[in-house]
Design a protein around this ligand. Sequence first.
Ligand code: ADP
Length: 484
Amino acid sequence: METENESRLSAIVQSSDDAIISKSLDGIIKSWNPAAERTFGYTPDEAIGQHISIIIPAGLREEEKEINSRVQQGEKIEHFQTKRRRKNGEELSIALTVSAIRDINDNVIGIAVIARDVSEQKKIDEKQAVLAAIIESSDDAIVSKDLNGNIISWNPGAEKIFGYTEEEVIGKHISIIIPKRLLSEETHIIGKIRKGEKVSHFETIRVRKDGREINISLTVSPVKDRHNTIIGASKIARDITEKVELEKQRKLLTKRLQELNHYKDEFMAMASHELKTPLTVIKANLQILENKMNGDTRLEFVNKTLRQVNKLSDLISDLLDVSKIQAGKLEMNKTIFDIIPSLREVIENIQQTSPDHQISLTAPSGSLMAMADKDRIEQVIINLLTNAVKYSPNASNVNVEVLEKDEMIMVKVSDYGIGISTEDLDRIFTRFFRVRGLASTFSGSGIGLYISSEIVNKHGGKIWVESVEGKGSVFYFTIPKATG
Ligand code: ADP
């Protein structure tokens, strides 16, 4: 008959969360509680009478034998970490407590095994080990503190950045790394943490053990316990002193560059202005000479000189325009005029100096009235046409087309020349830009298109280009039509 004691013991075994198994000295399973069934997947019927090796991975049989012999010699094995196998083949991490079962004469007649599945715990431990390794090896300072601001943990990154060792700071108040004038920051941060809020990438200053101040970027998050109660804060600090220093230098250089650029612009405005005056006088005198020398054989020299003087004068005008644009003083005198005769006149002039090209015009019949600065628009057309001729030395045609598009007038200049690479397309309208490698073949200053785009923009129009390298380019611009 079962004694009261025995039935109590049996109830404990039945309700235990740990697998409790007993086996004979030759390894045959004698009892198997419900937790053993849950842990290993075998029912008592399947397990009792079988050899214990059904739950031992092949490589661990020797270990099992050794445990048995140690137990038989009177030793008790406690919390021995090993692996066991479930019925479905899955391996479990197990903590074993093994003890001998003795008869009334103290002879060992069997072995009792208590097995606890620690797989979950093991996973948590492994995860924690990974986290610990990350914290150990991080270059950032990773520090935790309680809600009173006392330091609880301090990684090697923190030691490197702030100069204090772990022993020096654990238990101390975080204010040892906060400059006195910034102490209120800590109250603010802790206030947010208490509310469960995070502080991200907060750029501030901290002080090292040696007194040197450093710039850091701080991220502080609340640390919660199992019951979701906020118990402290973890902070990650990155030393950004170098970055802040570089940023300061960059700002200084940008300012200096802007100043230099400004001096250069002022100089250019002054120089172009000073050049323009004597050149105008030279030009006027040459023109008088040209008129007076009608029929003279030496006229040819005057003409040649005048052509060069005109080039120089155009360049200076362009430079003056650039200066005006820079100073925001390029003004447009808008009037209403028919753009078709303007185009004809410009084409005629350029045709005269470009005998190798045939420039055609396609225009609607009648007139096309624009509301724009006539001289400035002609300047744009001259620039586009001289470029079209200049950059198509091996082609013979240049086409100009003018048409109405929506509420605008659109002018299109097509050439079949060297074209422009996709990479340069966006840049050709910028000041002084010239396609690299062309300077030795084609003379130019890289400002014509810049001025043209400023003029078109000032009219509320658009200028753009489509081009295929080696095939040719099409430049477009739009200006407003005269209304009413
Ligand atoms: P540039 O005086 O050098 O011609 P622009 O401002 O008028 O100055 O033009 C800028 C650059 O754009 C030129 O140097 C040239 O490289 C390129 N470019 C302009 N028009 C054409 C074109 N029709 N075909 C090919 N390249 C062109």
